[in-house]
Design a protein around this ligand. Sequence first.
Ligand SMILES: Nc1ncnc2c1ncn2[C@@H]1O[C@H](COP(=O)(O)OP(=O)(O)OP(=O)(O)O)[C@@H](O)[C@H]1O
Length: 254
Amino acid sequence: MLPSDEPHHHDPVVVTALRKTYSSVDAVRDITFTVRRGQITGLLGPNGAGKTTTLRSMLGLSKPTAGTALIEGRPFTTHRHPVRVVGAVLDASGAAPGHSAIEHLRTYAPLAGADDARIQTLLAEVDLTKAARLRVGKFSLGMKQRLAIATALLGDPKILILDEPGNGLDPQGMAWLRRFLRSYADGGGTVLVSSHLLTELEQVVDHVVLIASGVVIHEGTLAALLDSAPAGSAGRATLESAFLNLIEQTETHR
Ligand SMILES: Nc1ncnc2c1ncn2[C@@H]1O[C@H](COP(=O)(O)OP(=O)(O)OP(=O)(O)O)[C@@H](O)[C@H]1O
């Protein structure tokens, strides 16, 4: 690990030994990772690995059985204005189908302290200016995803947490999402994005947290991971080949 890659107490998100048990089933067993400021971190792993459970615990939507999740130094729910600290999208289909995009944003704006000018800026940022008065029921999945992101950004948070934002997006939607996340991070924002779509995320993440069966099997920069992994069939390591290789190693050492 490079010195600059070591966790610091002032990192925006620090998750330590998180565990969540439902009756007798461990949804997550032992999750520890750090999200760095100004970077895009991918929380990556197969279906059922524990990504959603981890994010819900971090946001106070689910009470962890053990462990802690600190956002800017304290539990998310203890912040005075949580929506100004973190913008989160766990489910992009939350908007009422009868509302237009602008009506939807106006419903949530007071909570976030956003005015109409902020709504217009956000609509432009997520490419929905032209669709602002269209009913959400007529939106494509990509448009719903972009509206959900705009809603999360109403309070101008510096941390963005997205659960599987690539789900159901076409290549164009995916390219838009990557550009958007990169520009948010370049502006000093911090992104945590979960996904099981390793190939789609490989092009945009700086830092990776790989989870499988409720435990972190690797954390580090994407560059270091690809450097250390054996070359795949494409002649070079990919995030997917590195992940499969790590899973194999974890299983043989179990
Ligand atoms: N409320 C619950 N009650 C019982 N088991 C649960 C509950 N929520 C999640 N689990 C289990 O915990 C494990 C982790 O689920 P989780 O949804 O966090 O995974 P995930 O990585 O987000 O997967 P996916 O990509 O499918 O969304 C799964 O085996 C799941 O069945």
